[in-house]
Design a protein around this ligand. Structure first.
Ligand SMILES: [Zn+2]
Ligand SMILES: [Zn+2]
Length: 314
C-alpha cells in the first residue's frame, strides 16, 4: 500500500474501503471485507499536521483524548471498554517522537501506535482493527512494523492500491477524484498549483478491453473526445519486457485555450501544452496501463521514469 507519502505492507486480501484528505491531513482504511464469522480485520491510519514544538505530553494528550472518545461511545452501547498505553522504543525510527503503543477493546479491538514524525512533520495514528474476541496481536505487530510515514527516496512517492503500484515525483499531489475499482484504477495528479498533470490508469481484463484491437486503435477510440486537439507522433519502446507505445506531442485547439489556458494566462500561469503518453499491455497480469502527462515543458524522461516505476507483473 502506498498513499500520501505513507507506505505499508498489508495482507493481499485487505482492500481500500475509505480514504480522505491530502498529504497534510487525511485518513485511509483498508480491510478484508469479511462480515460473517469474525468482524472485519483491517487497518486504519490517520495523519494530522502539528505546528511548533511537540512534546511527549502533547502526543500523550492526543492519544488520551482519542481513547476517551472510544470509552465514551462504548459506554453509550453499555460496553465496558478496556484501554492500554505503553511507551515504546523504536531504534529503527529515531525520527519518531513521543511514540506510544496502545490497545483498546470495546465492540471492536484495536492494536495501534501513535507518533509525531520529525521528518514529515505529521502525527500518525495507525491501528489494526478486528473483532473483540479475535487474536491478531502478532499480525498487527507485523503490519504496523512495515509502516513508513515518509518515503526513503524523497524525490519519488509511492502510490499503490488495488494492485496498482506506481511512483510519482514528490512534487505531484493527488488531485480531483481518483477512481479505485478492481477492474479500473485512475489516479490523477497535479504538480503544485501549476497546470502540469499526470494521470496513471490501469485496466484489468485487458483482453476484454482490447477485443483484439491494437493499443493505438484502442487509445484513439477511448480518447475520441480529445483526439482532435492532440497532435502527436507515435513510436515503440520497451519496458518491463513488453512493447510500450509512446506518444509525444502537443495539445492544440481552441477548446483548451478557451477553457483553461486563457484563464491561466490572466493569472500569469504557463499553459500545459506538452503531451506525453505511454501505453502498454501486460499479458502476464492481463492489464493495460496508460500514463499521460500534460506539462508546461516537455518531459519525456519523467514520463518514462514513471512507467519504469509502474510495476505490471510479479
Ligand atoms: Zn514521517
Ligand atoms: Zn507486465
Amino acid at each position: 500500500m502506498g498513499w500520501q507519502g505513507l507506505s505499508m505492507q498489508v495482507p493481499p486480501a485487505w482492500n481500500l474501503v475509505a480514504y480522505g484528505g491530502d498529504f497534510k491531513a487525511g485518513s485511509l482504511r483498508l480491510d478484508n471485507g469479511e462480515f460473517q464469522t469474525h468482524g472485519v480485520l483491517g487497518v486504519d491510519i490517520r495523519w494530522i499536521p502539528i505546528k511548533g514544538k511537540v512534546t511527549d505530553a502533547d502526543i500523550e494528550k492526543r492519544l488520551t483524548q482519542y481513547l476517551d472518545s472510544i470509552t465514551k461511545s462504548a459506554k453509550r452501547q453499555k460496553i465496558a471498554a478496556v484501554t492500554q498505553v505503553k511507551e515504546v522504543q523504536d531504534a529503527k525510527h529515531p525520527e519518531r517522537l513521543g511514540l506510544r503503543a496502545f490497545t483498546w477493546k470495546a465492540d471492536r479491538k484495536a492494536v495501534g501506535r501513535i507518533w509525531h514524525c520529525g521528518e514529515c512533520g505529521r502525527v500518525i495514528i495507525a491501528q489494526v482493527l478486528g473483532g473483540p474476541r479475535d487474536d491478531f496481536n502478532n499480525l498487527a505487530a507485523d503490519v504496523l512494523q512495515t509502516l513508513d510515514c515518509h518515503p526513503v527516496d524523497s524525490e519519488w512517492r509511492l502510490w499503490s492500491l488495488y494492485d496498482l503500484q506506481t511512483e510519482l515525483p514528490a512534487d505531484y499531489a493527488l488531485t480531483g477524484k481518483p477512481q479505485l475499482m478492481n477492474i479500473y484504477v485512475s489516479l490523477p495528479f497535479a504538480r503544485g498549483t501549476s497546470l502540469d498533470t499526470v494521470t496513471v490508469e490501469q485496466w484489468g481484463v485487458a483482453n476484454v478491453q482490447l477485443r483484439g484491437a491494437y493499443l493505438d486503435q484502442w487509445f484513439r477510440e477511448k480518447n475520441k473526445a480529445v483526439e482532435g486537439i492532440l497532435r502527436y507522433t507515435a513510436s515503440e519502446g520497451e519496458m518491463h519486457g513488453h512493447p510500450v507505445l509512446a506518444l509525444s506531442g502537443r495539445r492544440w485547439g481552441l477548446s483548451y485555450w478557451m477553457s483553461q489556458a486563457l484563464q491561466q494566462i490572466g493569472r500569469l500561469q504557463k499553459p500545459a501544452t506538452y503531451f506525453e503518453a505511454r501505453i502498454w499491455e501486460c499479458p502476464d497480469s492481463n492489464k493495460i496501463f496508460l500514463v499521460q502527462s500534460f506539462s508546461r515543458r516537455p518531459q519525456p524522461e519523467v514520463v518514462d521514469e514513471i512507467v519504469e516505476r509502474t510495476l505490471c507483473h510479479g
